[in-house]
Design a protein around this ligand. Structure first.
Ligand code: SF4
Ligand code: SF4
Length: 231
């Protein structure tokens, strides 16, 4: 059951038609996605509208890398969007060609070491199994503009430290947001706009405006906030 974390139709609008492969992959599998360092191509850094969502971990990395607060990032680099009744930040696009604000003039990512999880994953998609809550990956066939990709181990492609902890966090975050979205949509459909708004604002306040210790361990802080948010 594919439950990708990107909005599929919006992603198709952004990068053109693609086919999610039926073959689900773990970090130890190989996938034909390596695109030679993207040389000469920055297609997937353009026209992504609001699809490159910034999770709390992404924000933590951005804040570490750029030395900016969430408020400062919102002034220039991030926008907010309503996604199924909750408010989430995403990378801002700018200019006539709608390029990501972090794309350099040379067509290279200027924040490569602390780019978002979705940037690290593309052209793989994430699959969340709603029964087992297992996270796997699938190739977004046709989404990458390079035609001569070579095979690479998925965990190497993801280039994410402490991958098992990261994946457990992603699953937790995915289902937490999904639950809030369902609650918010129920509130909205029964005319309880103010309650839905309060729920959306609480998510932002608790996980994005929160004071993280950027020298400390992200996961410890995240789960502390999660326990408080669940009360
Ligand atoms: S479309 Fe493919 S080759 Fe082009 S920038 Fe994205 S991942 Fe790299
Ligand atoms: S953060 Fe970097 S890799 Fe991601 S869309 Fe922006 S420029 Fe591209």
């Amino acid at each position: 059951m594919q439950d990708g974390s990107m909005n599929i139709s919006k992603l198709e609008e952004a990068v053109g038609p693609y086919r999610p492969s039926n073959h689900l992959l773990t970090g130890n599998d190989m996938a034909r996605v390596a695109c030679g360092d993207c040389a000469g191509c920055s297609k997937c850094c353009h026209e992504m509208t609001d699809t490159i969502k910034v999770s709390p971990y992404d924000l933590f990395l951005l804040r570490q890398g750029l030395g900016l607060s969430f408020e400062q990032l919102l002034e220039r680099y991030l926008d907010l969007t309503v996604d199924h009744g909750v408010i989430l930040p995403h990378l801002a696009m700018e200019g006539e060609d709608e390029h990501c604000v972090f794309l350099g003039e040379n067509g290279r990512c200027t924040i490569h070491p602390y780019r978002t999880g979705l940037c690290r994953t593309f052209p793989l998609g994430r699959n969340y199994d709603n029964e087992t809550h297992a996270l796997t990956y699938f190739v977004l066939e046709g989404a990458c503009y390079k035609k001569d990709q070579t095979k690479v181990k998925v965990k190497k492609w993801l280039d994410t430290p402490r991958l098992a902890e990261y994946e457990a966090y992603l699953v937790d975050w995915h289902y937490y947001v999904k639950d809030l979205q369902e609650r918010s949509m129920e509130l909205l459909s029964s005319g309880k706009q103010e309650e839905a708004k309060a729920l959306a604002m609480a998510l932002l306040q608790q996980f994005y405006y929160a004071e993280y210790d950027l020298e400390g361990d992200f996961y410890e802080q995240y789960y502390r906030i999660r326990r408080q948010a669940a009360r």
